[in-house]
Design a protein around this ligand. Structure first.
Ligand code: ADP
Ligand code: MG
Length: 211
């Protein structure tokens, strides 16, 4: 794909909503082990609300506005901790893409990095704390590294998706110091963080949809 436009972003959010719905039960099961078993439900609700909001804004061409609509809808729909985390991610991507009706590889990789940074800032988490940051941070790093080599967007996003998967897998060996799971001590060992698993699903779907 060459330049990303508003319609591609709408399709991307729609594909993420479908993927999250498909994996809803698995995500809630993971959250059942180390949290409160709602992660699949919250993510499905958040992204399906975004999908509906974007469908009713089908004339919007500004990529920044698309992400801002996503941020507002996600925040309104989701009361769980992932609500403000993803709302911040989308607002940051919106700031990067503000005023643009098409985005190339540099813009899209910058938007991905802004999303990861937004989640880290909002959650005050760093890698190694068994959260979605363990998928988002390496994903952004991998995309930036590919882009620095001059790779096209599809290659950057594929590298991001692989890094997010590896990051989600790595959370199995981590103790949790943020969020609900931090109360469980060593009982969380051997279990993946649901937010990191859904993050890998999201980045993977972005790669498939925009790649
Ligand atoms: P809740 O914990 O309120 O039920 P969810 O189940 O939707 O919210 O999301 C849980 C996920 O949110 C966790 O698996 C973790 O990845 C992520 N998370 C929780 N707190 C933080 C934080 N401070 N920073 C980054 N991610 C976090
Ligand atoms: Mg939960």
């Amino acid at each position: 794909m060459g330049e990303v436009t508003a319609n591609e972003l709408r399709s991307m959010f729609s594909a993420i909503a479908d993927a999250v719905t498909e994996h809803r039960d698995r995500l809630s099961e993971l959250d059942g082990v180390i949290g409160d078993a709602d992660h699949g439900i919250t993510m499905e609700l958040g992204f399906s609300t975004v999908k509906t909001a974007l469908a009713s804004n089908d004339a919007e061409a500004d990529l920044g506005a698309i992400f801002n609509i996503a941020a507002k809808s996600f925040l309104n729909a989701v009361g769980a901790s992932s609500g403000p985390l993803y709302a911040t991610a989308f607002m940051r991507a919106g700031a990067v893409l503000k005023g643009k009706t098409s985005a190339g590889a540099d813009d899209m990789v910058a938007a991905l990095t802004a999303m990861a940074k937004g989640i880290e800032d909002r959650g005050k988490a760093v890698t190694g704390e068994k959260t979605m940051v363990d998928a988002w941070h390496p994903a952004a790093d991998a995309a930036e590294a590919e882009r620095a080599k001059g790779s096209p967007l599809a290659v950057c996003l594929k590298a991001a998706a692989e890094a997010a998967n590896a990051g989600a897998e790595s959370t199995k060996a981590m103790l949790a110091t943020k969020g609900r799971a931090s109360r469980l001590g060593e009982r969380v060992l051997g279990h993946a963080d649901p937010g990191a698993v859904s993050a890998a699903l999201i980045v993977g779907t972005m790669a498939e949809s925009l790649g």
